[in-house]
Design a protein around this ligand. Sequence first.
Ligand code: DAK
Length: 259
Amino acid sequence: MNKQASFIITAVENGIGMITLNRPKVLNAINTAMVGQIVQAMEQFDRNEHVKVIVLQGTGRAFAAGADIDEMLEKNTIELELLNQFEDWDRITWVKKPIIGAVQGFALGGGFELALCCDMLLAADDAEFGFPEVGLGIMPGAGGTQRLTKLIGKTNAMKWLLTGQRFSAKQALDYGIVNSLLPAELLSEETMKLAKTISEMPPLSLRLIKEAVHKAVDLPLSEGMHAERKNFYLLFSSEDQKEGMCAFKEKRKPVFKGI
Ligand code: DAK
C-alpha cells in the first residue's frame, strides 16, 4: 500500500494540541497534502476533549514560506476549481478552540495566510512576514487580502500586498499583527506558557469568547453585540459558571470540567 507522506508532526501535551509543519528542506512550503493534514489535525484536536488549546508552529528556518511553488507551477484554472482546496482551508475558520501560532523565520504567502488564521501570534525576533504572490503573477487566495486588511486597514494592507515586500517581526508587532516578539530561543517555551495559561480556563468560556470575537470581525456592531449577549447568557447554564463563582467565594482554585 502506498502510504501518504506526513508533512506535519502532531502531539498532545498537558491539554495543548501541537501541530508542527515539517518540510524544513523547502522551508515548510505548503503542498496540497499538507493543507489536508493541517485541517484534519485541527479538526481532530477540536473534537479531542483532552485538548484545550491548539499551537501551530514551523520548523527550521521557517514557519512556512508559502504554498509549494513546484506544485503550483503547472496548475491551471480548471484543476484549481476542481481541487477546490480553498474549501478545505476555510475549515480552519470553523475550529472552535483557540489557536496560537508561533512564527519563527519566514511566514510568506500561504504561510502568512495560515498564520493569520490563528487567534494569537507570537513571533521570534527573526520572523519575516510578507505576501510575495504579486511577484509571481498571482495574488493571495486563502484570505490574505481580507484578513490582513481587516487587521491593519486598507492603506497599510495595500502596501504589503502590492509591493510583495517582506516585513520584519518588529514591523508586524507595530502593525498589531503579532501579540509579542520573543528572542528566537524562547519562542517555543513562551508559546507553551501562554497556551498553558489559556488551557486552564473553562473550555466553554474559551469557545464562546472566540466565537464572539470572530463575530466582531465579521459583523456590524449591533449584530456582534447580540451574539455576545446570547453567549453570555448561555454560559450561565454551564456547571463551570457555578464552579468559577463558588470557587471565588470559597477562596479556592476552581476545577473546571468543560460542561
Ligand atoms: N515552494 C517551494 N519551494 C520553496 C518555497 C516555496 N514556496 N520556498 C522555498 N522553497 C525551497 C527553495 O526552492 C529551496 O529549495 P532547493 O533549491 O534547496 O531545492 C529551499 O526551499 C530553500 O530556499 P532558498 O534557497 O530560496 O532559501 P533563501 O534563504 O535563499 O530564501 C526565501 C528564502 C523564503 C526568501 C525564498 O525561499 C523564497 O522567496 N521563497 C518563496 C516565497 C514565495 O514566493 N512563496 C509562495 C507565495 S504564493 C492555496 C492556498 C494558498 C496559496 C495558494 C493556493 N490553495 C488553498 C489552493 C498561496 C500561494 C503562495 O503562497
